[in-house]
Structures are given as structure tokens and as C-alpha cells.
Write a protein that binds this ligand. Structure first.
Ligand code: DC
Length: 214
């Protein structure tokens, strides 16, 4: 079974995807990490973050260094913001699309796959078996992200995190290519008032219902 999870930043989609994959013994692909890795490799190449050279970004995507997707260096707000900018380029998205579809078509462990991102249920895997769309109140999400950054040893101020998140949300939702939106057949969940365990339990109940039907 293929599970697609889309949603906004710090909505809890990544934690859900990871926990679901672990519980079901499925493989997990964090597609945001792919865009972040492209952003980080551009930064390492010394680019001016205010001017993105599209050809260079496409080259980084096509020569994707997958080890960067595991690097803690991709988890800064600066990388997230650059990743969101790069993600509005159709050419970069096209480059990363193949990799994401190949992962879902042949998950390394031979079981199912869980992919999370912004356009998994709409563009990458429109035929996914189960789709979730995860969102939450932006102040709650900014608070979560601030705490996460502080836990990771980075400096973070709620007000700045909230402002950056508003810009990123707006860009991700309004870009012309593959904007963040719920697929028509996605199950929408608002996580403003539920924790990660409750979200996992809810998602598992949908999974079991789906499994029983098929
Ligand atoms: O999920 P994340 O915060 O790690 O994603 C970082 C950025 O990458 C996000 O702001 C938009 C982009 N992204 C995307 O456009 N499509 C995806 N499938 C995943 C991420």
C-alpha cells in the first residue's frame, strides 16, 4: 500500500509519516528533505540566496546527494525558506518527480511506502491508496517549530518563526506549479488540538478500515 501525506510546515505530517512507516514496516521518504538538500547544496556552492540560478538548481537536483537529506544542516529556517523558493521552479520539481515515483514503485524493503510533502497526493502519486492532508493553526505550528529549533540547539524567536512560516505557507499554497492543497480524496485532519500519538491512532484507524475493504 502507498500512503501519501501532504500538509503545511510543522503540522505534524513528518512525525506521522515516520511513525506510520515504523509501525507498518513500510519505507518512508521525506520529500521536503529533497528540496532542502538541493537548497543546502546551492548554499554550499556559495550562491547568493536572493538570486537563484535555475540551471544550477536543476543540476543540484539531478545530481542529488542523498546523504544531504540526512544532514542536520538541512533543518534550519534559512534552508527551509530557500527550499520553498526552489520548489516553485517547475524544472526542479520535474527533476525530483522521477526519484519520488521510483521510490513508491519499488520501496527498498519490498513492503509499502509512506511519502510526505506538499504535492504527493495531487501530483506525485495521484493513485496512492490512502491520502492524508494535515494542517493546524499557524500560531500553534510556529510554536511547535520554535520549540523544535530550540531543542535542536538553534536560536529561535517565536515572532520570527511565525513571520517566516507565514511567507513560506503563502508561497507553498499559491505557487503555479504543484501548490500545497488537499487532494479531493484526501482525509483532512487538523492537528491543532491533538498530539502525535492521537494523530497516529487516527491515521491507523483509517489505514485498518482501508485494509479491511481491499
Ligand atoms: O516539508 P518541509 O518543510 O521539509 O519542506 C521544505 C520546503 O520544500 C517546503 O516549504 C516546500 C517544499 N516542498 C515542496 O514544494 N514539495 C514537497 N513535496 C515537499 C517540500
Amino acid at each position: 500500500m502507498i500512503i501519501a501525506i501532504d500538509g503545511s510546515a510543522a503540522s505534524g505530517k513528518g512525525t506521522l509519516a515516520r511513525k506510520l512507516a515504523l509501525r507498518l514496516n513500510y519505507d518512508y521518504l521525506d520529500t521536503g528533505a529533497l528540496y532542502r538538500a538541493v537548497a543546502l547544496s546551492l548554499m554550499k556552492a556559495g550562491i547568493d540566496v536572493n538570486y537563484i540560478d535555475e540551471n544550477q538548481a536543476v543540476k543540484c537536483a539531478s545530481e542529488m546527494d542523498l546523504t544531504l537529506t540526512k544532514s542536520p544542516e538541512i533543518r534550519t529556517d534559512l534552508v527551509a525558506s530557500l527550499a520553498s523558493n526552489i520548489a516553485s521552479l517547475a524544472t526542479v520539481r520535474a527533476e525530483l518527480l522521477t526519484l519520488q515515483r521510483a521510490f513508491a514503485a519499488a520501496p527498498p524493503s519490498g513492503n509499502g511506502a509512506v511519502l510526505d510533502g506538499r504535492d504527493i497526493g495531487t501530483i506525485i502519486l495521484p493513485d496512492a491508496d490512502l491520502k492524508f492532508f494535515i494542517d493546524a493553526n499557524i500560531s500553534i505550528r510556529a510554536d511547535r517549530r520554535t520549540k523544535e529549533l530550540l531543542r535542536g540547539g538553534q536560536s529561535a524567536i517565536f515572532r520570527d518563526v511565525l513571520a517566516a512560516m507565514k511567507i513560506r505557507d503563502y508561497r507553498d499554497r499559491t505557487r503555479l506549479v504543484a501548490p500545497l492543497r488537499a487532494a479531493e480524496d484526501a482525509i483532512s485532519i487538523d492537528t491543532s488540538n491533538i498530539d502525535a500519538d492521537a494523530l497516529l491512532a487516527l491515521a491507523l484507524s483509517y489505514f485498518e478500515t482501508k485494509h479491511r475493504v481491499e
